[in-house]
Design a protein around this ligand. Structure first.
Ligand code: ZN
Length: 121
């Protein structure tokens, strides 16, 4: 386990996750595809919002189960609470400090076919 700090672009939102970054996920559902995110899921007890609770904007659609957050200032997607695991946090790997492009490229990629769920989010 290692602790990673993640931030949005402007820095108003910051979070920490404790995890073993052994893989990433990408998804082809309507929102993941648009935000082009490379993601990593952690359990709620391994996620801490450091700052920015008042700067996060919540976006929900469809069943309203998932909670998609973005920074209200810079628009970056830092993390969300996924529909299929609403108790967890899924973070944007590219927001994590100290994780290089080569490291990300070397990780195994789980391609989730979210588009095939009738009502994805
Ligand atoms: Zn921001």
């Amino acid at each position: 386990m290692r602790t990673y700090t993640g931030t949005c672009h402007c820095g108003k939102v910051a979070f920490e996750v404790d995890t073993v970054l052994d893989g990433v996920g990408v998804c082809n559902c309507s929102i993941c595809r648009r935000r082009n995110a490379v993601m990593h899921r952690v359990a709620a007890e391994n996620f801490r919002l450091v700052r920015g609770a008042g700067d996060l904007v919540l976006y929900q659609f469809n069943t309203g189960t998932a909670k998609h957050y973005f920074c209200g200032t810079c628009g970056v997607y830092p993390f969300h609470r996924p529909r299929l695991a609403p108790e967890a946090y899924t973070v944007n790997v590219f927001c994590l400090e100290g994780v290089g492009d080569e490291e990300i490229a070397a990780l195994s990629v789980n391609r989730f076919d979210g588009r095939s769920f009738s009502s994805v989010e």
